[in-house]
Write a protein that binds this ligand. Structure first.
Ligand SMILES: [Zn+2]
Length: 130
C-alpha cells in the first residue's frame, strides 16, 4: 500500500509531464532557432506606457519583415538591428523600420543635400532659386 505522500508525488509528477507535453504542442513555446535576440528593457529609451511594446512583453526581439515605404521592397528588420536601434541608438520604442537600406541611404543623402543647398542659399544672401 502506498503512502499518501508517495501518491501525491506521483500525481505531481504526472501533472508536470502533462504540462510539458502541452507546452511542446504550442508553437509559441518553441523559440525560432535564430533571428532572435533577448531584450534588455532597462536600456530602452523612456516611454510613457500607452501599453508595452511587443518585444518587451515577449522578452526578445525577432526578425520582422516589412515593406519599404519608398520602393515597396520586402525587407527584413533583423533582431540584431532592432536591439541596436532601441537599446544603443536610443530609438523610441514604438518606432519601426520603414525603409530598406538603399532607400535609407538615398534619404540621408537627400536630406544632406537639401541642407547643403539651404546653407548655400543663406550664404549668398539670395533666398530665391532660379
Ligand atoms: Zn526601398
Amino acid at each position: 500500500m502506498k503512502s499518501g505522500k508517495q501518491r501525491k508525488a506521483e500525481i505531481q509528477q504526472q501533472r508536470a509531464e502533462r504540462a510539458a507535453r502541452a507546452q511542446a504542442l504550442q508553437p509559441r513555446a518553441a523559440l525560432p532557432a535564430d533571428g532572435v535576440v533577448s531584450c534588455n528593457p532597462q536600456k530602452l529609451a523612456p516611454y510613457n506606457s500607452y501599453g508595452q511594446p511587443d518585444f518587451v512583453a515577449r522578452g526578445y526581439y525577432q526578425d520582422t519583415p516589412f515593406v519599404c515605404k519608398d520602393c515597396g521592397k520586402q525587407e527584413l528588420w533583423t533582431a540584431t538591428r532592432q536591439k541596436w536601434w532601441y537599446e544603443v541608438a536610443g530609438g523610441h520604442v514604438f518606432t519601426q523600420a520603414n525603409r530598406c537600406n538603399s532607400c535609407r541611404r538615398k534619404e540621408r543623402e537627400r536630406v544632406a543635400l537639401a541642407r547643403h543647398v539651404q546653407q548655400q542659399g543663406q550664404a549668398s544672401g539670395s533666398g530665391s532659386a532660379a
